[in-house]
Design a protein around this ligand. Structure first.
Ligand SMILES: *Cc1c(COP(=O)(O)O)cnc(C)c1O
Ligand SMILES: [Zn+2]
Length: 416
């Protein structure tokens, strides 16, 4: 029986609900097709509410979940009458209890559950910081082994709201390696016996976990928003919001028009912005991210620096932008910092750098007339409340068990 099937978006081949990242015939993303066609909210405090459209059997009972609220002060500043904030982070006054402070926890819970239900023992992933922290937290809660590969720039982001457990295996990469190097090393570790790759955007649990931000907004507002704003590095959140809106449209109770994706990257590293602006499905590295490593080092929000995003693949971000008549923005550090200060002073909560980039994109969109003043807008602030959290909880740094010089290091040398 089961609750869903996986279906290839290119050749249409259907698979059962076993853990699977790729089609046998091509490289398309797979999508979960749920037998529950209408969203039926469960009586759970966090993302477990959205069990209808999560690829797991057991309902998640975590308190971590997205929240949506209508902005007043910040919206007034922008002259917008229907601005909704999707907030993933820690803000107890508003009922937000993601103690790792980003929407990566919305994927970490269902991914870990999906893997456990498939008999996996250890999961391997690469992270620029936020994904690693979220999965380390879920590992600490569930005892499932995780191997997390993080570039130098991400190590400081690997803290936890509890004592780290032995189930967390953090592998740092030496200076000169970026997030994409971490992805490459994680790919090699994942081939060791007993290890399962997390799979990034290819993992439907990841996408459908992130998609709950859109679901929560639609349920809170009573319909889908007209516009969806987010900062993207891999674009997985954008793909997820699009897929969630396709399900909401099919449900029938939340409107029929898909939210327009309005997504942002930060300068100088903006490969998807460049490719989209040129009308291309392919990212051409020499054009779209020349001197990528140097650009990555110069960016403000380093979690937005994936050099191999699921952009051109069938069912990826390019398709999502085409289907929603989307827009992409390139944001400077100054614009992000300005937007951050404005938002924080009006709404009274701190936000993470990528959320500042998303906020700056909204300011640009208002200026450019890419949103109407009465349009229903969802600003997905995918990370925040870190300063707020530190007032309530003592944080613990996770210590690496090994350091890799480069992504090609012989794995015996790592001794993990
Ligand atoms: C990961 C992350 C993003 C970018 O997510 P995508 O995978 O590119 O959609 C944006 N904001 C925060 C806070 C993040 O952690
Ligand atoms: Zn296929």
């Amino acid at each position: 029986m089961g609750r869903f099937i996986l279906k290839c978006l290119k050749c249409g081949k259907e698979y059962g609900q076993q853990y699977r990242l790729t089609c046998e015939n091509d490289d398309s993303l797979l999508r979960a097709i749920y037998f529950e066609e209408k969203l039926e909210l469960r009586n759970q405090p966090g993302i477990g509410k959205f069990h209808s459209w999560l690829p797991i059997e057991k309902e998640l009972d975590t308190e971590a979940g997205p929240i949506t609220y209508k902005s007043e002060a910040f919206a007034r500043e922008l002259g917008l009458s229907n601005l909704y904030i999707g907030f993933s982070g820690y803000w107890p006054e508003r009922g937000a209890f993601i103690k790792t402070c980003s929407f990566k926890e919305l994927e970490a819970h269902p991914i870990m559950q999906f893997l456990l239900e498939n008999g996996a023992k250890a999961i391997v992933l690469a992270s620029a910081g936020n994904t690693g922290r979220a999965s380390a937290h879920v590992s600490a809660l569930t005892g499932t082994d995780v191997y997390i590969v993080v570039p130098d720039s991400g190590i400081e982001k690997l803290w936890l709201p509890e004592e780290p457990t032995e189930s967390i295996h953090l592998i740092s990469m030496g200076p000169g390696n970026d997030y994409t190097d971490a992805i490459n090393l994680a790919g090699r570790i994942a081939k060791l016996p007993g290890m399962v790759p997390e799979g990034g955007a290819r993992n439907v649990a990841r996408r459908d976990g992130m998609g709950t931000v859109m679901l929560d907004a639609a349920v809170t507002i009573g319909r889908m928003p007209d516009h969806y704003f987010q900062a993207v590095g891999s674009g997985t959140g954008g793909i997820s919001a699009w897929e969630a809106s396709l399900r909401l449209r099919a449900d029938g109770r939340f409107g029929s028009k898909l939210p327009k994706l309005q997504l942002a990257q930060n300068l100088p590293f903006v490969p998807m912005y460049n490719a989209w602006k040129a009308g291309r499905r392919e990212i051409i590295p020499e054009i779209d991210m020349k001197d990528a490593k140097k650009q990555v080092e110069e960016t403000y929000a380093s979690v937005l620096t994936n050099r191999t995003p699921p952009y051109g693949v069938t069912g990826g971000l390019y398709d999502a932008l085409v289907d929603t008549n989307g827009i992409m923005y390139a944001i400077t550090r100054e614009e992000a910092l300005e937007a951050k200060a404005l938002f924080e002073s009006r709404e009274g909560i701190d936000i993470l750098p990528p959320s500042a980039v998303a906020t700056a994109a909204l300011l640009k969109a208002v200026e450019a007339g890419n949103v109407g003043k009465d349009d229903i807008i969802l600003l997905n602030l995918a990370g925040g409340g870190y300063k707020r959290l530190k007032k309530d909880i003592k944080l613990h740094q996770i210590q690496p068990v090994a350091t890799a010089r480069n992504p090609d290091i012989p794995l015996e040398e790592l001794n993990i």
